[in-house]
Structure formats: C-alpha cells, structure tokens
Design a protein around this ligand. Structure first.
Ligand code: NAD
Length: 477
C-alpha cells in the first residue's frame, strides 16, 4: 500500500483518497481560473441552494425520520430545514455589507497613502459534518463558504445515510463538481479527507475526532475551525421561578432527543430547591411530551450504540448511588425504536461517567450548590463549555456569571436558542472548539483578510530614504 506523497502523512492511498485529491485539484484549478465570484453570483448560488432545500422538504423530513428511527416533521423543520434556510437568508441579506472592503487608519507619516482590508475567498474548503443535525450542519457551513466565494468539498456523516444520500443528490443536481462536491464514507474516508491540502477545514463533531482532524490538517498547515461539544452547564439562581426554569430546561434537554451540541448537559441548583425542581421538571416533561415512548414529538436516539451508551450512563450512576428519577410514562408496546425516556439523576458524584462525558441524550444530572460563587467555581474547575445557561434575574448575579465564567456562548433565562441568533458568532473555546461561524464572523472565518496599503504619488516616505542624516531624530520627537 502506498502512502500519500504530497502530504507526507501515512494515510492509506485508497481509491477514495485518489478521487478526492483529483476533485480538490479540479476545484483549485477552477478557483484560480475564474477568480472570486461577484456578489450577484454568490447570491444566485445561495438562492439556488435554498430553493433546492425547500423543494425537497418532504423528502428531507422522511430521510431524517428514517435516519433517527423517529423524528417529528416539526422537529426537522425547526432544527434542520429552518435553521439551514434561516442561515442562508441571513447570508443573502447581509452579503453586500460583509464583502465590502474596510478602510483602515493610516498614521500621519504615511498619508496621503490609504489602507484597506479586502475579504478574499480562501479557495477550497473542506467541510466535515456530524449526524445530529445532519442537514443544517452540512448546509450552514456550505452556505457560509459559498457566500465567502469559496469552493467546497463536503463530507456528511455516515450515521445518517438517508439524509447524506439526499444531500449528495441535491448538490450533484444544482452545483458543478468544480464548485461543490460531496464525498461520502466512514471514519477512514474522513481521515483521508482531513489529510487533503485544503485551504481551510471546517469540522463539526466530537472532541476526539476534532483532535484527529487538527493533527491531519497540521501536516499541510491547513487552518481549521473546530465546532466541538462537551458538557454545557445550567445554573439556576435562587430568585428564578422554578417552573419556568424547569420548562425551558426540559425542552432544551429533550429537543432532538437530547442530541444537540448545545443541549444542557447538567444542572446546578441551590440545595434547598432540589425537591421542588424535581417535581416541576417531571410535570413539565409530562406536559411537553405526554407518554414519551410513543409521543410523536420526541426524537429517537440515532442508533443502538448510542442508545446502549445512554443506558450504561444511567446504570453506572445508579450503581454508584444516584437517585434515578425515570419519567415519560409506560411503554405500551407501540413505542418508536430507540426512544429514550427522560431521566433525572439526583445525588450524582464526580466518579460517575455521566459527570465525566458529554451526555448527548435526555439524561439530566443535578448538582447542588450553596452560593452562586460555588456554582461558578464548579463550572470553572471543569473544561470550558460550548454553552452556559444561567437562569436568574438579579443583574449582579448575571454580571458575576458573565464576567467570571468562560464558555463559547451564554444564554440567560433559556436554553439552546442562542444558536438560532444568526447575527451572533457561534463557536466553542478550549476543548469545546476553536473559531466560529454565524454572523460576520462566519464570513470572515471563510475569508482571507488581506491587508492592502496604497502608496500615494507624493508622500512623506519618499523624503526619508537613505542617506538618513538627522531625519529620524526629527520624526521621533
Ligand atoms: P464525530 O466526531 O464522531 O463525527 C463527525 C464527522 O467526522 C463524521 O462525518 C465522521 O464520519 C467524521 N470522522 C469520524 N472519524 C474521523 C477521523 N478519524 N478523521 C476525520 N473524520 C472523521 O461526531 P458525531 O458523533 O457525528 O457528532 C456528535 C458530536 O458533535 C458531539 O460531541 C457534539 O457535541 C458535536 N457537535 C458539535 C456542534 C457544534 O456546533 N459545536 C454541533 C453538532 C455536534
């Protein structure tokens, strides 16, 4: 077996790897030949993509339902279709502003020269997508890359094959392979994909694979954006109405069956509030999702491996002394496959796996605290999370949490909705990610900020060429 000569890595030289390199070479040649697309072309591409998605709504709803084992139409419309289309609309509406060169200040000595920053496409961007929002997390990075004038190779997740197949057919139909190409395959294909000499790699997925992506990209010094996961905490302050907190946490925890990178992972609660919160949480689950096992709005777990992983987390916590509060009603035998009814875990300890790994399912461990400073210290003693949720109305406590914790983003008094704010940058920090997209930050992540200085015909600098004599002494005064 050969190894990749160009990259110097020991990635196996499979047929798939050869084909991917050929596609990359074609896209790069087209990029060099045709240059950056003008605004109107980019807008046409975005519109074409949006119309293609909308015209396939029913097919995508069906593919997502098939991939998850069960997923409601409305859940797919909101989390995948709506979020992807919303991002495209936002890019379309703001593109002219994003593309505008930016004037920068010039020191007096360099006037009347002028300085500006040009936002130029990077070239060819490799996008690697996860399974949990397989449409939105493929199409939003793709649309952002196209808005910034790039060409794209996209690798969807192999765990949601029906959606990957539809995305592939859609892209093949509306884009030339020189502009957008889709590569399908498992981790081995992903590894070869990440070894390609892209101009940028945009990865959404788990922390271990994020590390592998960065290692592979480093061989070619390819910059990477890593949208990763981790354990996003919820802090509920003493003053906040428990019922409202319970309802908003319950929805955030159960949306997409708990399989969202920003799903609230665990809860920090004042010690005295545990009993009341537990009762309220159960009631909210029963109101939002009556009879979970057969509830049409409750998304199933994506595959058996993840279902068993979640069962093991609960059993591990139970065996180490947690109080396991099961919710969601009895299974009458009509349940969807792999529906995992919500579970609250009280009395958790640090040695439980559920307090060490990202949960990614409808299990809510509850940790108690005495003072708000203790809750902040608990968060700060752990890896920096992607999201932090704070429920509290006291401005001083809000300020304390905002100032003294570090997370990718913060949402005050609700859960998961900050992702939907298209104008806000979205990304992690530390182990939860690197770089961001959404907002102008997304456009800039996928652009090169090129500094341009234009010298004026008559200028001061021409007067200070050697021989210098005393000119610098004069200038430094
Ligand atoms: P994953 O890391 O297992 O897979 C993501 C993608 O990487 C898939 O396309 C997969 O085929 C590919 N891949 C797997 N092994 C690879 C390798 N060695 N080299 C290159 N590519 C490889 O993640 P997942 O299970 O699909 O997604 C769940 C994770 O993603 C969770 O941790 C979640 O928090 C995170 N996530 C983060 C965000 C975010 O925006 N920050 C969004 C969604 C999911």
């Amino acid at each position: 077996m050969n190894t990749t000569q160009e990259t110097g890595t020991d990635t196996p030289e499979t047929d798939a790897a050869v084909a991917m390199r050929a596609t990359l070479a074609k896209q790069r040649a087209a990029f060099l030949r045709e240059g950056p697309p003008p605004l109107q072309q980019r807008r046409r591409d975005l519109t074409k993509l949006k119309e293609a998605i909308l015209s396939r709504q029913d097919a995508f709803v069906a593919s997502l339902d098939a991939d998850f084992g069960h997923r409601a139409r409305q859940e797919s419309q909101m989390l995948d279709l709506g979020s992807g289309v919303g991002a495209i609309n936002y890019l379309h509406a703001n593109l002219r502003r994003f593309m505008r060169p930016e004037r920068r200040r010039v020191a007096a000595v360099f006037k009347p020269g002028s300085a500006e920053v040009l936002y130029q496409p990077l070239g060819v961007i490799g996008v690697v997508a996860p399974w949990n929002l397989p449409l939105s997390l493929s199409l939003t990075p793709l649309a952002t890359a196209l808005a910034a004038g790039n060409r794209v190779m996209l690798k969807p997740s192999e765990l949601t094959p029906a959606t990957a197949e539809l995305v592939t057919a859609m892209i093949d139909e509306i884009f030339d392979e020189e502009q957008v190409a889709v590569v399908n395959g498992d981790a081995e294909v992903g590894q070869a994909f990440a070894s390609l000499a892209f101009d940028h790699v945009f990865f959404t997925g788990s922390i271990p694979v994020g590390k592998a992506i960065m290692r592979a990209a480093s061989e070619n010094l390819v910059p990477t954006t890593l949208e990763l996961g981790g354990k996003s905490p919820v802090i509920v302050a003493d003053d906040f109405p428990l019922e409202t907190a319970a309802r908003r946490v319950a929805y955030g925890k159960c949306a997409n069956g708990g399989q969202i990178c920003t799903s609230p992972d665990y809860l920090l609660l004042p010690k005295a509030k545990v009993g009341a919160f537990a009762a309220s949480f159960r009631q909210q689950i029963e109101t939002l999702y009556p009879d979970v096992p057969e509830n049409p709005d409750f998304t199933a777990i994506v595959n058996d491996r993840h279902f068993q992983r979640l069962s093991r987390l609960v059993e591990d916590a139970r065996s180490k002394g947690a109080n396991v509060v099961e919710m969601g009603g009895a299974d009458s035998g009509r349940s969807h496959p792999r529906t995992f009814p919500p579970v609250m875990l009280l009395g958790v300890t640090e040695d439980m796996a559920v307090m060490q790994e990202e949960i990614f399912g409808p299990i809510l461990p509850v940790v108690v605290y005495d003072r708000i400073e203790d809750a902040v210290a608990y968060v700060n003693a752990r890896p920096r999370p992607l999201a932090l949720y704070f429920f509290g109305n006291d401005p001083e406590e809000q300020r304390l949490v905002l100032d003294r914790t570090t997370s990718g983003g913060v949402l005050i008094n609700d859960t998961i909705l900050h992702y939907a704010q298209d104008d806000l940058p979205f990304g992690g920090i530390g182990p939860s990610g690197m770089g961001s997209y959404h907002g102008i930050e997304g456009f800039r992540t996928m652009s090169h900020a090129k500094s341009v200085f234009r010298q004026a015909r008559f200028n001061l600098v021409d007067l200070i060429r050697p021989p210098f004599g005393g000119v610098f002494d004069f200038l430094m005064k």
